[in-house]
Design a protein around this ligand. Structure first.
Ligand code: SF4
Length: 220
């Protein structure tokens, strides 16, 4: 278990799942730069994140901007939305003040774009669910991501593989943070979408020709 001083931002798990260097630049070196994607994402979150809205829709209670924490993962953050779904089964469920019955919470994360080919959105969502599990001492088997571009809501099953990946990434974040290490840039396809490309300068790390190789090439 981590203590309060050791907690890291949960949102960083999406960065480290995409690129370890990107995570270190943001969370160790405190560097940031916006591009169109980050500004649009922020705009979408501003529309969603109103902590003063707490609404009931049928059998659901919906809370926004919910503070969450897991001392086991050593992560804290804010869940965009947590939907509390009413259930007949009081096992693995919680009570909500001033509401009748029992409820199971499901995190819902809002993303500006569409489904990604990697798992960065799923690991962030799963980490949020693990926080809620720890806070309420329950087990959550699914969660949702809403994609703004496709206006599509995807159900994510929180299986063991995804949970293991969350554990592995949060451990990596704590290891790097403790050592204060920013990994070297490894240029990849995703770099052109990265808002930190001008700070990171991944081209500088590309293999340089030796002088002798350069001369030989010129002769050839
Ligand atoms: S530019 Fe590429 S290597 Fe650098 S932080 Fe972004 S994704 Fe990572």
């Amino acid at each position: 278990m981590y203590n309060e001083d050791e907690l890291l931002a949960l949102s960083g798990i999406q960065h480290i799942a995409f690129c370890e260097r990107q995570w270190a630049l943001i969370h160790i070196e405190r560097q940031w730069a916006d591009n169109l994607r980050t500004v649009e994402g922020q705009h979408l979150h501003n529309k969603v994140n109103n902590p003063f809205i707490f609404e009931t829709r049928g059998n659901e209670v919906i809370a926004r901007s919910v503070s969450i924490v897991s001392y086991r993962l050593g992560l804290y953050g804010i869940a965009d939305i947590v939907e509390f779904e009413k259930t007949e089964n009081k096992e693995n469920a919680i009570k909500i003040p001033h509401k009748n019955g029992y409820y199971i919470p499901y995190p819902v994360e809002y993303k500006r774009g569409k489904e990604k080919i990697d798992d960065r959105d799923e690991v962030q969502l799963c980490a949020q669910a693990i926080c809620l599990e720890e806070m309420f001492n329950i087990k959550i088997n699914k969660a949702y991501i809403y994609y703004g571009e496709t206006r599509h809501r995807t159900e994510v099953v929180l299986n063991d593989n995804l949970r293991d990946r969350v554990e592995e990434l949060s451990q990596k974040m704590h290891d790097l943070f403790k050592k204060g290490i920013t990994p070297k840039a490894e240029k990849k396809k995703g770099c052109k979408l990265c808002s930190l490309i001008d700070i990171c300068m991944p081209n500088l790390n590309e293999k340089k020709l030796k002088v002798s190789e350069y001369i030989q090439r010129a002769i050839d």
